[in-house]
Design a protein around this ligand. Structure first.
Ligand code: HEM
Length: 331
């Protein structure tokens, strides 16, 4: 339900703002690509366009907050969808290639968002969910499965961090890890756990987004929405596009878009926010879960919030380091 206090933007503007942000996102990337190209605008211009490319999806998270947009559920859900623009744009690009689409992804993209905006504008403003904690069993299963997935993700992110030293070290660490996570038994289990995590997470996010959320909860739901899109996109890229269709190794060269690299290619540049926010939000999502656990065990809110803030800062630092390595920085 919308209250006057919440209504900082008129409802229709609140609803369409994430659509506009998502539609502009590829153009922000294009401007960034033009700025980093030889003879482009130089470092300052490149940094400004990179900031714009990140700010467009991230601004959707602000729109999902009670003071940031309408408190109607369809607008809030569309705002969370807008946050997932980086992985969705990668998915649209990969699918357009796989399906030999005669229409370029850059034109499919706005059509999809206009369709989503139109669907949301017909959506009903659902009643706020009851205050009691919903879906207890699913939430417990989501947490247990997260702990198992964490074993892989912790190794996977550490592996990518070693890219800062060089591709050889990254390859050696990956070779070691593959013995476990690409084994006949573990790999299917990992895939099933991730698909379960996505489907359960989407249900939880749908339920929570029925009512206004505070900052911590909006970040938890938003990071979960991003991860759902990221995981589906990433698995489609690795398992379907690379391994099954194009028969290419999913190694450092694949991840970094060699030989052109992530920055020099007009297509690959979309992987920069996609990967950076993927590494960031996976840690953020876990830290949000940890905050909930601390609060449930009677830890003072102030202390839990301090740990949460430190976790968010750590996630940003880790993501920046991994992304720098993927873009060619070495230590
Ligand atoms: C910086 C961000 C990331 C990069 C550059 C990246 C890159 C890669 C690469 C190169 C592979 C192929 C691995 C191999 O062939 O052994 C891969 C596989 C995979 N990644 Fe990521 N990844 C990133 C983040 C994530 C995150 C955050 C998750 C989970 C939430 C994830 C989940 C997976 C899964 C499930 C696989 C398939 C593993 C398998 O082959 O069985 N990745 N990724």
């Amino acid at each position: 339900m919308t209250t006057e206090r919440d209504r900082i933007l008129p409802p229709s503007l609140a609803l369409w703002s994430p659509v506009v942000a998502a539609i502009l996102y590829p153009w922000g990337l294009r401007a960034f690509h033009a700025a980093v190209a030889p003879g482009g605008g130089g470092t300052v211009v490149a940094v400004v366009w990179l900031a714009v490319a990140f700010a467009l999806p991230l601004s959707c998270l602000a729109l999902a907050l009670p003071g940031g947009a309408s408190s109607e559920a369809p607008a809030r859900r569309l705002a969370f969808a807008g946050l997932t623009a980086p992985p969705l744009f990668v998915l649209v690009g990969v699918l357009a290639g796989l399906l030999h689409s005669p229409v370029e992804d850059i034109w499919i993209w706005p059509m999809l968002w206009i369709a989503l905006g139109t669907a949301a504008s017909f959506g009903k403003a659902s009643e706020p969910a009851p205050e009691t904690q919903p879906m207890t069993r699913l939430r417990i299963a989501h947490g247990v499965s997260a702990v198992l997935i964490l074993l892989f993700v912790a190794f996977h992110l550490f592996n990518h961090l070693t890219g800062l030293i060089g591709p050889d070290v990254h390859a050696r660490v990956m070779k070691f890890g593959r013995v476990v996570y690409r084994s006949r038994v573990i790999e299917p289990v990992l895939v099933i756990l991730l698909l379960f995590q996505v489907s359960g997470g989407v249900q939880l996010a749908w339920r929570w987004s029925a009512r206004p959320l505070d900052l911590a909860k909006a970040i938890q739901v938003g990071s979960g929405a991003y991860l759902a899109a990221f995981i589906l996109t990433h698995m489609n890229s690795a398992f379907v596009s690379a391994r099954a269709v194009h028969k290419i190794q999913t190694d450092w060269a694949w991840a970094t878009g060699a030989p052109e690299g992530l920055l020099a290619s007009a297509w690959n540049i979309r992987l920069v926010p996609h990967y950076a926010l993927g590494a960031f939000f996976v840690v953020v999502h876990l830290v949000c879960g940890l905050r909930q656990v601390l609060l449930a065990h009677g830890v003072r809110r102030e202390l839990a919030d301090r740990a949460w803030g430190a976790g968010l800062a750590g996630a940003a630092a880790l993501s920046a380091a991994i992304t720098a390595g993927l873009c060619g920085v070495r230590i």
